[in-house]
Design a protein around this ligand. Structure first.
Ligand code: GA4
Length: 321
């Protein structure tokens, strides 16, 4: 097989039709408030996305990571490329996934195993900051998965967290995305529209906007950046586990325009072990309710996902007529 590297230039990156709508649609949930479980479930049944406050991640950890990541991305391109050999993990620039998706960004995608970042070659200070942050954000993921289970009315509040943070061999990742200001055009795609395949994603960004989510009625709305909050996404696997009650949210990022600060985001993805069966939780099913999906394992879904383009409807082939 011959590997062809296609150099990606700005004119190969698609533009995004930007919405004029305001930011009203994103529910904000105080994770420490009574009633948080019901609010989380409501948000996940609605838009599939919410802003979490009082999450307990110390600002200092996020800021330390932001500054170390900023220093990393400021390195000469050839130095960063030294971290790009372990596809899909490591450093990437402009290309996303193996099937031709491109965006105005560079990133680090790292696998998390027992809270350790699996990439020994990273600068030690960046690796340490990422590990500390990951431990903290994982704890938020754990708490949110418990709130989701409670909000769904599951007797076992650990039913969801057991698939991710407590499971051996679970598939957890951290991604650091850096979107430099784009000098040549506005509305340039940073990260094209997609849903996250996993159970849950927890995002934090700096003060630069660009993230947009799709509402249930198909409208795109911008998400106002807020470095003090975390943003939680429902992923495809959670949509299946809840037989469509929770909705995997479509989202995308528009690159900052010339003169703006670059955008830096860090996302924790909580996925289960490869052997985990993904099917609606029996306790949720009403009498006579049929599964909307044929059964699959996370390993199968992941394999299928890596054959798709970013914007494809990945659950499509698993939907039952
Ligand atoms: C989208 C969510 C996460 O960023 C990610 C992405 C992954 C990658 O960048 O390697 C994928 C994409 C994401 C879904 C479809 C496939 C796989 C790129 C791609 C085209 C890390 C993930 O798990 O799925």
């Amino acid at each position: 097989m011959v590997a062809i590297t296609v150099p990606c230039t700005i004119d190969q990156i698609p533009l995004v039709k930007c919405p004029k709508a305001a930011n009203a649609a994103v529910p904000t949930i105080d994770l420490s408030a009574p009633g948080a479980a019901a609010a989380v479930a409501d948000a996940c049944r609605g838009v599939g996305f919410f802003r979490a406050t009082n999450h307990g991640v110390p600002a200092a950890l996020a800021e330390a990571l932001e500054s170390r990541a900023g220093a990393f991305f400021a390195l000469p391109h050839k130095d960063k490329l030294e971290h790009s050999s372990a596809r899909p993990f490591g450093y990437g620039s402009k290309t996303i996934g193996p099937n031709g998706d491109v965006g105005w960004l560079e990133y680090l995608l790292l696998s998390v195993g027992s809270s350790t970042i699996q990439a020994s070659s990273l600068p030690p200070s960046l690796r340490a900051a990422l590990e500390e942050y990951t431990v903290a954000v994982r704890a938020v993921g754990t708490r949110v998965l418990e709130l989701m289970a409670e909000g769904l009315g599951l007797a076992d509040r650990s039913a969801l967290r057991r698939m991710v943070v407590d499971a051996t061999g679970s598939d957890e990742m951290v991604r650091v995305n850096h979107y430099p200001a784009c000098p040549l055009a506005s509305s340039v795609t940073g990260f094209g529209e997609h849903t996250d395949p996993q159970i849950i994603s927890v995002l934090r960004s700096n003060r630069t906007g660009g993230l947009q989510i799709m509402l249930r009625d198909g409208r795109w709305v911008p998400v106002a950046p807020d470095p003090d909050s975390l943003f939680v996404n429902v992923g495809d696997a959670l949509q299946v586990l809840t037989n469509g009650r929770f909705r995997s949210v479509k989202h995308r990022v528009v690159a900052p325009e010339a003169g703006k600060q670059s955008r830096l985001s860090v996302i924790y993805f909580g996925g289960p072990a490869a052997t985990q069966r993904i099917a609606p939780l029996p306790e949720l099913m009403r009498d006579g309710e049929q599964s909307l999906y044929r059964e699959f394992t996370w390993g199968e879904y992941k394999k299928a996902a890596y054959k798709t383009r970013l914007g494809d409807h990945r659950l499509g082939p698993f939907e039952l007529p």
